[in-house]
Ligand binder design. Structure first.
Ligand SMILES: Cc1cc2nc3c(=O)[nH]c(=O)nc-3n(C[C@H](O)[C@H](O)[C@H](O)COP(=O)(O)OP(=O)(O)OC[C@H]3O[C@@H](n4cnc5c(N)ncnc54)[C@H](O)[C@@H]3O)c2cc1C
Length: 402
């Protein structure tokens, strides 16, 4: 029996296991490792951070998906992959030996070395952090009630990429709840997004990006573009705009300027850049054919643009489907699949609040309510692929707007 160790139960890791369980039954043993005994939908973290969705709606127990006859689950923190010894080092546990390893440990926040960002801004890369953001906002509102200091009503989002825009929309939707806690009118709660670029959302046409910006602004969110963040001090963001240093005070500062791949990639001495490895056409490490890298730790080159595809849940899931088939092929025949991995985008859609959005599906630009609907359908598809109808029903996902 071959030993397959899958690291990470996010989109890439869990989908790999879900597929593999059926393909290698009786021929391989699978071990899945994650820090948590649940899967969370990272694409919805902004909803938990803003309090517009409970954490339970975007998480489900791994036990619901795993087949104990084929897969063993180990709850532990991965420290490093030792390729020479073909084993995975875990914190406070014995190492795990493997024949094939699938590294799918996702993303962490990238501060680009900006002073004070790590210490003074809140990150939003997992459920615990998202819940901590919501608690922090509500605590700030209670502090306002006691002190009447306006900084407690200020929320700053650093970075107006996809995540920052989605978060700003969700915070706008949560505004009435925050205001109630502070005992003020909703318009007193101020939401500002600070962004260095002047042309936002470059993945969309200028017309569609402008629509998205207007949509966010219509929710009374201030978008401060062309403002380069120089430092995050305690409860203060210092930025440069038009050659001048300026600053904004806020008790809540959330960091969404970008992500890099898991630090385990660097700790494992792989040839990486920002925690990502440019993988082979079979999604393996160029220096180690027994190590697959999937999801946000991998860079897959788009041959038309000669740049890596953006890291998304969509590409992570497609990589997982391919890797599971490729692994099964190797176990059955000793060879890789003849066809290389290719990515087919179903569309890129940003949600703004619960009922609006904008994006592109195929060559068609979509806006407003239809975009929000499409986004929910794309995300439901991944939940369906991994969890099946049971999870969709359990999460109330057929009732899309509650
Ligand atoms: C707010 C937000 C909105 C987004 N919206 C979209 C969208 O609309 N569409 C889209 O396609 N993508 C979107 N993304 C991007 C998408 O979420 C990621 O690309 C995707 O989650 C990557 O999947 P993954 O499997 O590589 O990693 P993840 O889903 O992050 O899973 C990684 C797993 O590894 C575990 N783990 C991490 N480190 C360790 C360790 N050391 N030891 C043990 N376990 C560990 C984690 O617990 C987790 O279960 C969004 C991201 C964010 C933050």
């Amino acid at each position: 029996m071959k030993k397959i160790v899958v690291l990470g139960a996010g989109y890439a890791g869990l989908q790999t296991v879900h597929r593999l369980q059926k393909l290698v039954r009786g021929k391989a043993q699978i071990t899945l490792v994650d820090k948590n005994d649940y899967h969370y939908e990272a694409t919805e973290l902004h909803e938990v951070a803003s309090g517009t969705q409970p954490a339970l709606k975007i998480t489900y127990p791994l036990a619901d998906v795993l087949d104990p006859a084929v897969t063993t689950f180990v709850q532990a923190e991965v420290v490093k992959v030792d390729q020479a010894k073909k084993q995975v080092e875990l914190r406070d546990r014995a190492a795990l030996a493997y024949d094939y390893c699938v590294l799918a440990l996702g993303f962490v926040s990238e501060t680009f070395g900006i002073k004070g960002a790590k210490e003074n801004a809140l990150e939003m890369t997992n459920i615990k952090q998202a819940l901590a953001i919501y608690d922090h906002i509500m605590e700030a509102m209670r502090k306002y009630k006691k002190t009447k200091d306006k900084k407690y009503l200020q929320l700053i989002v650093c970075g107006a990429g996809f995540t920052g825009i989605e978060l700003a929309g969700a915070l706008a939707e949560g505004r009435a709840t925050y205001a109630k806690e502070a005992g003020v009118a909703p318009k007193e709660v101020k939401i500002t997004v600070i962004e260095a670029a002047t042309r936002l959302l470059p993945m969309f046409s200028e017309k569609l990006a402008t629509y998205g910006v207007k949509l966010v602004e219509s929710l009374d969110v201030t978008l401060l573009c062309g403002a380069k963040i120089m430092e995050v001090a305690p409860e203060k963001v210092i930025y440069e705009k038009d050659g001048q240093n300026e600053s904004l005070n806020a008790a809540t500062i959330i960091w969404t300027t970008g992500v890099s791949g898991s630090p385990v990639v660097n700790a494992s001495n792989l040839k990486e850049r920002r925690g990502r490895v440019v993988v082979t056409k079979h999604l393996t490490d160029p220096d180690d054919d027994e190590l697959y890298l999937l999801g946000d730790v991998a860079a897959v080159m788009d041959e038309t643009t000669e740049r890596p595809y953006p890291t998304t849940a969509q590409i992570a899931t497609q990589m997982a489907n391919y890797a599971a088939k490729d692994l099964a092929e190797r176990i059955n025949t000793g060879h890789h699949l003849a066809r290389p991995f290719t990515y087919h985008s179903k569309g890129t859609v940003a949600s703004v609040g619960n009922t609006h959005g904008f994006g592109v599906v195929g060559k068609t630009e979509i806006k407003g309510y239809p975009a929000s609907f499409v986004k929910k359908m794309i995300m439901n598809k991944s939940l369906y692929e991994i969890g099946g109808v049971k999870e969709l029903l359990a999460k109330g996902r057929f009732d899309l707007y509650h």
